[in-house]
Design a protein around this ligand. Structure first.
Ligand code: ADP
Length: 234
């Protein structure tokens, strides 16, 4: 099933277009990695897919997913010192979307939160204070939170940036496992090209516009893919 369709979409700030000619679909179970240099419009595209930034031209249409059913994981940032929530509270808060102002969680919400804590191997941390965890553990908690928000689509914006290389590899593995074991679709901005070509089903390369869309194999054989992969490994 089609979750999102971008058709000739362009996104802008104050009328200045930063990325254009975006035409692609995100399907159930997809794993799309968005790659490109810094400043090429990747985060802007994610904002567009989240519905936070309307397209300047063209269209973004949400199909079998509502906008409040999209899980989002931002880049790693050290937790605020005055953020006293426990791990289970943070994960459970993923269930808030779409419930309006009611501050109650149902039995089903709690069951989904428990399931995602298990899935991400952090059930043992559930009573701990979120801000006292390591960066890698915090990103796992936020990934569990995003999964609580959505069983259909996760948008991840460089989820491993700022983490140690080994911890990043683990996080990418976990994301690939989630994609394999559940039918949740992943759209992930990544500067880790090795992991992108290993795990993704499709690669979208952008530089202020859509330059390439295809399988990792096609990307590795393409001129732009070869250039970017070589530049990345220097
Ligand atoms: P990437 O994620 O590929 O590094 P971004 O989408 O963050 O790129 O940025 C693309 C361009 O849009 C950059 O030139 C950046 O300076 C500009 N930009 C990003 N966010 C804003 C904003 N909130 N207001 C104005 N310009 C922005």
């Amino acid at each position: 099933m089609t979750l999102i369709t971008c058709k000739d979409a362009a996104f802008a700030y104050d009328g200045n277009i930063v990325i254009k000619n975006l035409s692609f679909e995100v399907e159930t179970g997809d794993y799309l990695c968005v790659v490109g240099e810094n400043g090429s419009g990747k985060s802007t595209l994610i904002k567009g897919l989240l519905g936070l930034l309307p397209p300047q031209t063209g269209s973004v249409v949400w199909g079998d997913v509502k906008r409040n059913e999209i899980g989002y994981l931002p880049q790693y940032k050290a937790a605020r010192k005055d953020f006293p929530a426990s791990v289970s509270e943070v994960v459970l808060s993923g269930r808030q979307g779409g419930r309006g102002i009611l501050p109650f969680y149902s039995r089903q919400d709690r069951a989904i939160a428990a399931e995602n804590l298990e899935r991400l191997g952090i059930a043992g941390l559930r009573k701990k204070c979120y801000r006292e965890l390591s960066g890698g553990q915090q990103q796992r908690v936020l990934l569990a939170r995003a999964l609580c928000a959505s069983q259909k689509l996760l948008l991840l914006d460089e989820p491993a940036s700022g983490l140690d290389p080994l911890i990043s590899v683990e996080l990418y593995r976990l994301i690939a496992k989630i994609n394999r074991e559940t039918s949740v679709a992943i759209v992930m901005v990544s500067h880790d090209l090795k992991s992108a070509v290993e795990n993704a089903k499709r690669i979208l390369h952008v530089k202020h516009e859509q330059l390439f869309l295809g399988s990792p194999d096609e990307y590795q054989r393409s001129k732009i893919g070869k250039e970017f992969l070589n530049a990345g490994s220097e």
